[in-house]
Write a protein that binds this ligand. Structure first.
Ligand SMILES: NC(=O)c1ccc[n+]([C@@H]2O[C@H](COP(=O)([O-])OP(=O)(O)OC[C@H]3O[C@@H](n4cnc5c(N)ncnc54)[C@H](O)[C@@H]3O)[C@@H](O)[C@H]2O)c1
Length: 432
């Protein structure tokens, strides 16, 4: 059944929370460079991937962007918030992800993109000391200020629509509590300024939903992954998705773990460790922020391997994840995995993976895809949790009735089939 998708006319505002961060600045620089013809959008499904339409023998593989009505890169306008006032050019220089040559090509555009003051509370990100921040007596009023920022940005830039994406720091661990269960209890807690259960990221999420803007959660923060926000998104008919970009080590896990399971190979241990030296690494050096990340990273293997169904293979797996702050590596993270697997008659084997990756280079194309797909979903009237975008997340959001899907290739099939359905094409079950 073909969805009625509103056309992507006019400008699309992209408001990035954490605009001056390594991931955000790399995303903005790359997108501007690509649209000027100075670079190639490697890693982006929306810009490069094809989609098979029809039967295999029809041999029809157009590019996704040629058959799905996505916004054109020329129609994107960037803005956002950060706790530091640097423009995106200065922030990119500090992030040390991209070469000067790559920044120079879009320098004027980058200098014009300046962050709005952030909704920030140091209790929630202990290692950062923000200087460019809002003041408000309550979380409710803080949210009102963000709402006004969204409206003002939209008007000043003549935007037709806005998407808000969180690529800011990982907040301290927060389990779901009573205040998060209904919209009424959430709003009450915001008005009563319960700062210990209403994080700054929740203020951004609430503001985005209230303004009808899709909200994407790129960090593992609880934030929009609570029944109160789902209720609000349903009421306002807004698309939401998250959490925690799946870029490096966890992406590998969601390819390797299904491989073991498909072949009915056993597992006794999986030890993952990382060294990284960017600001994200510094924030995650705080045990409370690390806890949020750890929970997100640990959930994957258990859900994929289903130890309750295969106790003889996965009933006793030792799974450990470490992140070590190591400044010399900057954004160039090294992730090691040691996998102790078990074969025929219980004989042990080992698999070692050493991924010398670049954190923000991996994350930037995901940001681009997510803003374009979230805007598409919104125009197609698909509100609430966008689980077809699970492909991009370590901890895919899901309501209590569903178990999340972590396998990267099942997620990819779901994403493409959703696109096929949206444009009135047959979904593909690979039986032909
Ligand atoms: N591959 C990846 O890089 C990857 C993968 C998954 C998740 N993430 C998550 O993405 C986020 C960004 O990563 P990064 O490497 O760019 O980190 P970063 O530290 O370079 O950037 C974060 C930015 O957010 C800003 N910030 C913090 N709190 C804010 C607030 N309340 N409002 C506005 N701005 C705020 C900081 O000042 C900083 O500029 C992190 O939470 C990280 O865990 C990154």
């Amino acid at each position: 059944m073909k969805n009625d998708i509103k056309p992507a006319t006019g400008k699309l505002g992209i408001l990035v929370v954490g605009l001056g961060g390594a991931v955000s600045s790399t995303f903005v620089v790359g997108t501007l460079a690509v649209r000027k013809g100075l670079s190639t959008p490697i890693g982006s499904i929306t810009q490069l991937a094809t989609i098979r339409l029809g039967k295999r023998n029809e041999n029809n593989f157009p590019k996704i962007k040629d058959v799905v009505p996505l916004s054109d890169l020329n129609d994107l306008v960037f803005g956002g918030w950060d706790i530091f006032s640097e423009d995106v050019y200065e922030a990119s220089v500090h992030a040390e992800v991209l070469s000067q040559k790559d920044l120079d090509g879009v320098k004027d555009e980058l200098k014009a993109i300046k962050p709005m003051p952030a909704a920030f509370d140091q209790e929630w990100v202990k290692r950062l000391h923000g200087t460019h921040v809002k003041n408000a007596p309550t979380r409710w009023e803080l949210t009102e200020q963000i709402r006004k920022d969204i409206r003002d940005f939209k008007q000043a830039n003549g935007c037709d629509r806005v998407v808000v994406i969180w690529s800011a720091s990982t907040e301290v661990y927060l389990p779901m509590c009573e205040e998060h269960k209904t919209l009424a209890s959430l709003e009450k807690a915001m008005k009563e300024n319960k700062t210990d259960v209403i994080s700054p990221s929740m203020c951004y999420a609430y503001a985005a939903i209230a303004e009808g803007a899709p909200y994407i959660m790129g960090a593992p923060n609880l934030c929009v992954d609570i029944p109160a926000m789902w209720e609000f998104a349903a009421q306002k008919q807004v698309a939401i998705c998250g959490k925690d970009y799946k870029t490096g080590q966890t992406m590998l896990k969601t390819v390797l773990a299904p491989m073991l399971k498909t072949r009915m190979l056993g597992l006794s241990g999986w030890f993952s460790t990382n060294i990284l030296g960017n600001r994200d690494g510094e924030v995650l050096d705080d045990p409370d922020s690390f806890k949020t990340k750890e929970v997100s990273k640990l959930s994957v293997i258990d859900t994929i391997l289903q130890p309750e169904l295969y106790p003889e293979l996965y009933g006793d797996v030792y799974h450990k994840v470490r992140i070590n702050y190591y400044p010399p590596r900057k954004d160039n993270k090294e992730g090691w995995d040691n996998i102790d697997l078990v074969g025929w008659m219980g004989y042990p084997m080992q698999l070692k993976v050493d991924f010398l990756c670049r954190d923000s280079i991996l994350a930037a194309p995901l940001c681009l895809d997510l803003v374009l797909f979230a805007d598409l979903a919104q125009r197609a009237g698909m509100s609430g949790i966008q689980d077809w975008l699970s492909f991009y997340f370590k901890s895919p959001m899901h309501d209590f009735d569903h178990i999340p899907e972590h396998d990267l290739f099942i997620q990819y099939t779901k994403l493409k089939n959703t696109l096929r359905k949206m444009i009135g094409e047959e979904t593909i079950d690979y039986l032909d």
